[in-house]
Design a binder for this molecule. Structure first.
Ligand SMILES: [Ca+2]
Ligand SMILES: [Ca+2]
Ligand SMILES: [Ca+2]
Length: 221
């Protein structure tokens, strides 16, 4: 089955980890980022490539990190059941690079959905410089749990990815197959994202109605 996130994408994968208390937890939900806009300085006191701005957390993104809005909400990405509707992060080339000058410790977590393997690496310096502090490899999970769209979106399953590390991290490389992976609710300072994944039981109820959509092929915009 060929799935692509842009136009029709799904997300999901899970590795549960214990929550760690941290007074300075920051979560990036990407709400407000434009459809297929480069996130850029949306969370850094500036704007994305379409002029939208969010809370200034001092977090910047490389130009390959894009926002994408659910096609059911007027955007161009084929996902469903996203942790926070209706916008996620993805990339069409390279990888999504996040830099946080202030740095963070303990660990971080996020939700992802992917039809291909995913790799996430964290570094001690900004822009993937310094030491590699840790890595996570995640398996494709986009259509797990017999999930269905909302009402459309083959990338319908989201799981938690998390990583604990020693030291101070200042950048993260969210990589994998371009246009086959989406990320949402990136959370610093905690190995548990601050929102709940959709209930698998409610998704299963919708699954039969989604089978027809599963064969639908998506093409990049
Ligand atoms: Ca959808
Ligand atoms: Ca949705
Ligand atoms: Ca979101």
């Amino acid at each position: 089955m060929k799935l692509k996130l842009s136009h029709l994408i799904t997300i999901g994968a899970l590795s549960l980890a214990p929550a760690l208390a941290n007074a300075s937890v920051i979560t990036l939900d990407f709400e407000g980022v434009g459809n297929q806009a480069a996130i850029n300085d949306f969370y850094n006191g500036g704007t994305d490539s379409q002029g939208n701005s969010g809370v200034n957390y001092g977090v910047s993104f490389g130009s390959d990190a894009l926002g994408c809005i659910d096609s059911d909400a007027g955007g161009s990405c084929a996902f469903a059941n996203e942790p926070t509707a209706d916008t996620v992060m993805f990339f069409l080339s390279g990888s999504s690079v996040l830099s946080y000058d202030a740095g963070f410790d303990t660990g971080f977590s996020f939700f992802y959905t992917s039809a291909r393997d995913v790799s996430v690496n964290v570094y001690s310096g900004v822009n993937l410089t310094g030491d590699l502090l840790g890595s996570i490899n995640l398996s494709n999970n986009a259509s797990d749990n017999a999930c269905s769209g909302d009402p459309t979106g083959n990338f319908c399953n989201w799981d938690i990815g998390s990583l604990s590390f020693a030291g101070i991290a200042r950048s993260i490389d969210f990589g994998g197959a371009a246009n086959y992976v989406g990320f949402d609710n990136i959370t610093f300072g905690s190995t548990n994202p601050d929102t709940e994944v959709p209930e698998p039981s409610s998704l299963a109820i919708l699954a039969l109605g989604v089978l027809g959509l599963a064969s639908r092929r998506l093409k990049s915009a």
